[in-house]
Design a protein. Sequence first.
Length: 118
Amino acid sequence: MSPWDDDIDATYESRNEPAVLKSIVFLDVDAAEVVASNAPRLRWSFSTTAGERYLGNRCGQCDALQGDWYLHKPEGPFFPLSQTAAKDLTIAWVERELSAIATAVESTWLDWMLSRSE
Ligand SMILES: [Zn+2]
């Protein structure tokens, strides 16, 4: 299924709260360019497990697709459960509007990162 299928049950939502996007199946061109320049290991990839193409993280050594579940599960690289673990993350802050078809996740660790950047 592509984001352009007529029968997709789309929900349009405008958010003003910080969130982590995962399972990104569509991203507007300008935002995709920002991602490509800041996170070159994130590339459009087809996952047989997910059964769809999404913006997936590729291994820096063997280029294998790393599934979103493993990256976003509790205690995974993008779901630290303590401020100590969150210190391992580096974020490139880019403030702009974007259009995406994705799952938006609000997390306590994102609040920690925001307070760290102030
Ligand atoms: Zn690898």
